[in-house]
Write a protein that binds this ligand. Structure first.
Ligand code: 8X3
Length: 256
């Protein structure tokens, strides 16, 4: 399958789901703009893509929580890359797992700034171009935490509920503009996610995946590829993806 030269901008591309999506989409023939705060990792990924697939990507180091930086990055795209067909709002994180009354307000702000405001800054900057061209696709990385609320998930769950709500809102506001909006809601995916949530505590970070086979970033990347390769009249609204050993946020079958 070769989709030719559609341009895709992936945020949070330096690791996990973002990185796997970048590799899969490069292999499929998309032209990629890759963003993350981590310039070195992006450059390594860009070299790997060039080596493997002979495709050069546009590396845009960017903190999506910085509104002015986002606007400048979009304005500063080279002419050949300026028509972004698909935006994959992947940058996001969970920080902390505490009861609300003990929560760290800095954690809350990081999650709200990245998961909600960062997604909005990117989307607001790229949608006018898509609307003008009458075509485009926004893929938002939600979560099963955007479908249910679990103990200690409070603010993280709230941000992912916001992503879910914004995906639905975009589909309404963009109706008739030829722009598709897909919400991807994964369950347990083994990436840096847990290490970030538990602030580098490797023992705690392994616990959610204990005695079961979680999803990998590639599993989610494949679902994203499915959504963006549907014919233009088909919009995949919402994909909830869990490991077979997970029914929802509350039920996980473990071997030990
Ligand atoms: C990640 C899934 O279950 O850790 O968004 O909230 S979960």
């Amino acid at each position: 399958m070769n989709k030719g030269k559609e341009t895709v901008w992936i945020t949070g591309a330096s690791a996990g789901i973002g990185m796997e999506t970048a590799l899969l989409l490069a292999e499929t023939g998309y032209q990629l703009i890759l963003s993350s705060r981590r310039k070195k990792q992006l450059e390594d990924l860009s070299e790997k893509i060039l080596r493997r697939y002979g495709t050069s990507v546009q590396v845009v180091p960017l903190d999506v929580t910085e509104r002015k930086e986002v606007e400048k990055a979009v304005r500063g795209l080279p002419e050949d890359w300026a028509q972004v067909d698909i935006l994959i709002n992947n940058a996001g994180l969970a920080a902390g797992l505490d009861h609300l009354q003990e929560g760290d307000i800095n954690d809350w702000e990081r999650m709200i700034d990245t998961n909600i405001k960062g997604l909005l800054y990117m989307t607001r900057s790229l949608l006018p171009g898509m609307a003008e061209r009458g075509r485009g696709h926004v893929v938002n990385l939600g979560s099963i935490a955007g479908k249910e609320v679990y103990e200690r998930g409070n603010v993280y769950c709230a941000t992912k509920h916001a992503v879910d709500a914004l995906s639905r809102a975009m589909r309404i506001d963009l109706l008739g503009r030829g722009i598709r909006v897909t919400n991807i809601a994964p369950g347990l995916v083994e990436t840096e996610f847990s290490l970030v949530r538990f602030k580098g505590d490797t023992r705690k970070a392994k616990d959610p995946y204990r005695g079961m086979t979680p999803l990998g970033g590639r599993d989610v990347a494949e679902a994203i590829l499915f959504a963006i390769t549907r014919p233009p009249h088909v919009c995949i609204n919402d994909l909830v993806i869990t490991p077979t050993a997970q029914a929802n946020s509350f039920y996980v079958k473990r071997n030990s």
